[in-house]
Design a protein around this ligand. Sequence first.
Ligand SMILES: *[C@@H]1O[C@H](CO)[C@@H](O)[C@H](O)[C@H]1NC(C)=O
Ligand SMILES: *[C@@H]1O[C@H](CO)[C@@H](O)[C@H](O)[C@H]1NC(C)=O
Length: 178
Amino acid sequence: MFTTRCYLPCFVFILWISLGLLHIGAADDDLIVDKPVTENCLECLCEAKSNCNATKICVNGACGIFRITWGYWTEGGSLTLPNDTSLSEEVFSLYFLAFTNCVNDPICAAETIQKYMYKYGQDCNGDGRIDCLDFGALHKMGNLRCQDELPYTFGRIFHKCLKRKERDAKSKESSITK
Ligand SMILES: *[C@@H]1O[C@H](CO)[C@@H](O)[C@H](O)[C@H]1NC(C)=O
Ligand SMILES: *[C@@H]1O[C@H](CO)[C@@H](O)[C@H](O)[C@H]1NC(C)=O
């Protein structure tokens, strides 16, 4: 029971616990709270989407190495490249150009993914945590359908890439401890 007398000590206690948990989270996986997607995860997303082909191209309205759509980009905060910042939403064609310029730029596209996942991150596969498997499902199928099964080809490449990253991390770890 929280009585008023407990207010300050309890507050300090809860703060201490929260900071502790944040710290553990950070040590665990380089997890930065508002950038939930790791570098490895981003690499597997582009591998499964485009084989990380950096050709500036749109395929059925999905552009760049991560094949980001217009809707995804707007959900992810409509980020723009530095030289596109003065564009307004009213001038639709310029706004559309700002979209293709951003998502065809690997960094702007990756930032869009971070914002999208920060906003919609959820345990799509019900395994009790929110990790790259969920980000893959969110990226491919969106936040409303991320519980569905991954399309075969995307899923195969994505899972293979994650396994490879895991193996690489393990062999790096063991070579450090040797
Ligand atoms: C990248 O994509 C473009 C356009 O689809 C294609 O012409 C090119 O061969 C691809 N490059 C690689 C390395 O796959
Ligand atoms: C600025 O925008 C143009 C297209 O309008 C684009 O081709 C170019 O790469 C951008 N430059 C930078 C530095 O972002």
